[in-house]
Write a protein that binds this ligand. Structure first.
Ligand code: HEC
Ligand code: HEC
Length: 306
């Protein structure tokens, strides 16, 4: 695969490289053809620096010249064997991607027996094993941290996995199902159905559920609207429903924020958080089942250790 953005550049680079090497060679030759005749003294050049620093026109030492030609030969051989000249792949066919893949392959093969051992154990046992935790942490950093953070504490829209509060459930089977199939939160937009005033009233009712500062009259007006439009997913008491991934609205944990403005936005525009399934997160890497097992245990362990 070529990384060049335009066909001109590989040619430009190749020509520049070859011309420099040949040019250096020609220049070296041109500077070393003259030898001192037997008995001839080197001439003193005319310039003098720093008071008494003078310059003789001795021929360059042979060992030094040898080294210089050596580097030029090395460059030539290198450029034949390895990629270096534009898009030319080199006789050996080496690529950094190929080297990386070979190393990954080797590492996976090395891990195979380790993985196999953990596959025999249930999630709780694996979660308690320090070695498994170290591997799980590395897997998490590779496959999950871009969304959930390297400490798994999440961010706005990306749930914190360490706090023991779950959208979908924190038992090993549910976590494994989340990681395998992915999840898609479906909070429908309700701004139009409720109207601006109605949305605000329900929002104040939601604020009241977790004891946040709210307007009591607005919240009271929102109560029946909540029962009518929201309870089906968030339950009549607002504690949520894990089968739907509908968050508990009575706790102090917010996926999108617990300010009046954030809640109004959640209600008016809806929310659609997507957790990708294993085919997206782990792609086509090998030992997928084992990695899934170790990641499940790692996530399960995080919430057990708070
Ligand atoms: C592209 C971003 C992204 C990546 C990558 C990602 N997640 Fe998620 N994850 C999310 C989002 C967003 C949610 C919340 C989904 C929702 O709102 O319904 C989520 C939800 C979860 C949940 C459910 C939490 C709960 O409270 O029930 C778990 C567990 C989880 N992720 C673990 C992982 C693990 C382990 C990985 C790595 C294999 C991973 N995630 C990779 C974005 C991501
Ligand atoms: C069809 C089911 C469903 C209905 C009906 C529903 N919700 Fe939701 N709600 C959800 C889901 C699922 C999420 C999580 C979205 C995500 O994961 O991205 C959510 C998220 C929220 C959030 C964000 C919570 C947070 O932690 O940031 C608020 C607030 C909320 N809903 C309030 C309401 C209110 C108020 C109503 C009624 C007007 C309502 N919902 C109706 C399913 C529903």
């Amino acid at each position: 695969m070529s990384d060049f953005t335009h066909g001109f550049w590989p040619i430009y680079i190749s020509v520049l490289t070859v011309v420099s090497i040949i040019g250096t060679w020609v220049f070296l030759r041109s500077q070393t053809t003259r030898k001192l005749a037997p008995g001839e003294k080197p001439e003193l050049m005319k310039h003098t620096w720093d008071g008494d620093l003078q310059d003789l026109n001795n021929p360059l030492p042979r060992w030094w010249l040898g080294l210089f030609y050596g580097t030029l030969v090395f460059a030539g051989v290198y450029l034949v064997l390895w990629p270096g000249l534009g898009n030319y792949a080199g006789v050996l066919g080496w690529t950094s991607k190929g080297e990386y893949e070979a190393e990954v392959e080797k590492a996976e093969a090395k891990f195979q027996p380790v993985y196999a051992g953990f596959m025999q154990q249930d999630i709780a046992t694996v979660a308690a094993d320090p070695d498994a935790r170290a591997i799980g942490r590395n897997l998490f950093l590779t496959y999950c941290s871009q969304c959930h953070g390297s400490d798994a504490a999440g961010a706005r829209g990306f749930p914190n996995l360490t706090d023991g509060v779950w959208l979908y459930g924190g038992d090993p089977d549910t976590i494994k199902a989340t990681l395998t199939e992915g999840r898609s939160g479906m909070m429908p937009p309700m701004g139009e159905a409720l109207g601006a005033e109605g949305t605000k009233e329900v929002a104040h009712y939601v604020l009241s559920l977790s004891g946040r500062q709210h307007d009591a009259a607005l919240a009271e007006a929102g109560r029946p609207k909540f029962a009518e439009s929201c309870a089906a997913c968030h339950m009549p008491d607002g504690t949520g429903m894990q089968a739907m991934g509908a968050p508990n609205l009575t706790d102090k944990v917010w996926l999108y924020g617990g300010s009046e403005a954030a809640i109004i936005e959640s209600i008016a525009k809806g929310r659609n958080g997507v957790m990708p399934g294993i085919d997206q997160t782990l792609g086509t890497t090998s030992n997928k089942e084992a990695k899934l097992h170790l990641l499940t245990a790692y996530v399960y362990g995080l919430s057990q250790r708070q």
